[in-house]
Ligand binder design. Structure first.
Ligand SMILES: Cc1cc2nc3c(=O)[nH]c(=O)nc-3n(C[C@H](O)[C@H](O)[C@H](O)COP(=O)(O)OP(=O)(O)OC[C@H]3O[C@@H](n4cnc5c(N)ncnc54)[C@H](O)[C@@H]3O)c2cc1C
Length: 300
């Protein structure tokens, strides 16, 4: 970060800055270099931080829990803004829950369970924050954010706080309006649920989590499914059929437990992971004709 940016940010109330943040501590694969990391403590400080960086034309990246983001070995030449402390409120009212974008999705699921609200059980176990889940239209086990979101509050390109109905956010398989408007910042989201029985909800959440523990290589750092599901097949099935389970580049490996996951077996660099991803795509293309598209977001 240059001196001018550092000075402009230093006057913002409630903003903590780590000028030499370690991206490997903040992102899914636990790899990557360094970057300036801004940690606003309040919503106002976050809005002000974005305003200042936009005015200075300084590159910035909004990071939720980093579970779907890979940082590059060379780091990031801008400011990474964390939402976890600023956007951390959560309120349940009637059959609706409103949560700040920095709130872990699991906390929203637990609140729903406690309040006897059904609809979010599918999401229990998807790592990450509300903001990341909205941005990715995260989903699992037959459900996706699109099914439960009612509205989203965000900071638009002009710096205005805007609210849109979820139906206006182009939500489809791992896609949202925000992927085409990367300068916008999701501030909070409202979930519309139905009355249910807490003990039944709890049991479904527990089963969902157990399925993940059984099927996914949760013991290693990863970004979850590396690739999107291609039309007409499954990435993990194609990768497995091409004999790529266990393929290794440096510390990066195609998980032997679940071929859809690239994992950091220990000591991987981001370059190892990128090289492995490119080999998987090439082999699957040559052997099956399918073009695999990455689901992972890159911090660049
Ligand atoms: C073990 C494992 C299992 C997983 N299982 C699933 C699964 O079942 N289903 C699924 O869909 N995903 C899954 N994922 C991927 C990941 O958990 C989801 O994509 C999650 O929604 C990302 O949330 P996050 O807060 O970590 O977002 P991040 O990884 O921090 O960010 C993801 C993207 O969202 C953007 N973003 C984040 N917050 C905001 C905001 N407030 N405003 C604007 N943009 C924002 C970021 O800039 C980035 O482009 C899995 C990942 C892991 C590691």
């Amino acid at each position: 970060m240059d001196l001018k940016t550092a000075e402009a940010l230093s006057v913002i109330d409630g903003l903590r800055i780590d000028e030499d943040g370690d991206l490997s501590l903040l992102t899914g694969f636990r790899t990557g270099g360094r970057a300036a990391v801004a940690v606003p403590q309040t919503k106002q400080a976050l809005i002000e931080t974005v305003r200042v960086l936009r005015e200075l034309g300084e590159k910035h990246f909004i990071l939720g829990r980093g579970s779907n983001v890979m940082a590059l070995d060379e780091g990031y030449p801008g400011v990474v803004i964390l939402t976890r402390e600023a956007l951390s409120s959560i309120d349940a009212e009637g059959t609706s829950i409103r949560a700040g974008a920095g709130v872990p999705l699991a906390d929203v699921c637990r609140t729903a369970c406690r309040e006897g609200l059904t609809g979010l059980e599918f999401a229990y176990g998807i790592p990450g924050s509300v903001g990341g889940a909205v941005f990715m239209n995260a989903g699992a086990y037959g459900g996706e954010m699109k099914d439960v979101l009612t509205e989203v509050e965000y900071l638009d390109s002009e710096g205005n706080v805007t609210v849109s109905a979820a139906s206006d956010l182009d939500l489809s398989y791992r896609k949202s309006f925000f992927q085409d408007h990367r300068d916008m910042v999701i501030l909070s989201a409202a979930f519309g649920l139905r009355e249910g029985d807490s003990s039944v909800i709890y049991e479904t959440m527990r089963e969902t989590m157990n399925k993940r523990i059984e099927k996914q290589p949760l013991e290693y750092p990863s970004c979850g499914s590396t690739f999107k599901r291609p039309e007409g097949s499954y990435a993990s099935k194609l990768i497995d059929e091409c004999g790529l389970k266990g393929l290794t580049v440096g510390g990066a490996q195609v998980s032997e437990k679940h071929a859809g996951f690239v994992i950091n077996r220990g000591g991987a660099t981001s370059s190892d992971i990128l090289e492995l991803i490119s080999r998987i795509r090439e082999t699957v293309r040559d052997m099956t004709g399918y073009e695999l598209e990455c689901e992972i977001e890159f911090l660049e």
